[in-house]
Design a protein around this ligand. Structure first.
Ligand code: ZN
Length: 217
């Protein structure tokens, strides 16, 4: 196991691309893993591929269509509307256990390629309320993965306690503000960069960017 090698869970969006830059700064060797679970927009995978290629990062794409078979949801099906959760409800984009599954597979990959570190862009601050994106869950899974493989992975969550404005600030500190703004895909309607401006993901991303840019003035 190499102490300076990391696997980044990578979707091609703002958060995970910022994490990829963060990992490239902090680890000598970095590989990325993208999960293909039948996203509404195949463009998401293409976008991730392109970014990995441009940053010269070895990219693993794992077929997770099983997840869609088990839990069809608004991120994979055109006939399910994307809605923010109302009063304690989870949003329609929620897939039960998705992050549990993704991080577990990232762990298996890490063990195969001999990487000690796993980096994920999950965040408690962005109000999505997904339980398997919370800090306590990630710490618990870290222990479970280590027990399951008798290893000593370290899961890193550079975005866990920061908001979208601070995520833009981090990208800027890493010299990646323009790259992240122009090349990543966060929009639920599949529009790259600044997106459609209307969907919940675009609103969150745009508000964060405006707050960050405003804070510089
Ligand atoms: Zn959008």
């Amino acid at each position: 196991m190499k102490h300076d090698k990391a696997v980044v869970v990578f979707s091609g969006g703002q958060d995970s691309t910022t994490c990829l830059f963060w990992a490239l700064k902090n680890f000598k060797e970095v590989e990325a893993v993208t999960f293909d679970y039948g996203q509404r927009h195949a463009l998401e995978i293409e976008c991730a591929k392109q970014i990995a290629q441009e940053l010269n990062v070895r990219h693993h794409i794992l077929n997770m269509s099983l997840l869609n078979q088990l839990a069809p949801n608004a991120l994979t099906r055109d006939d399910i509307e994307i809605k923010e959760g109302e009063e304690g409800e989870l949003p329609s984009t929620f897939v039960p256990g998705r992050n549990l599954v993704f991080l577990s597979f990232a762990g298996i990959l890490a063990s195969q390629i001999g990487a000690k570190h796993i980096v994920t862009g999950v965040c408690e601050t962005d109000f999505s309320g997904y339980p398997d994106c919370r800090d306590a869950f990630v710490k618990s899974l870290n222990v479970t993965l280590n027990l399951s493989m008798d290893t000593s992975f370290v899961i890193h969550t550079p975005l866990m306690w920061i908001d979208k404005a601070e995520t833009w600030a981090l990208a800027d500190q890493l010299g990646a503000f323009d790259f992240v703004r122009q090349k990543t895909l966060t929009c639920y309607n599949g529009i790259i960069a600044d997106g459609c401006g209307e969907c919940p993901a675009c609103k969150l991303r745009l508000q964060g960017m405006e707050a960050y840019v405003h804070s510089l003035k």
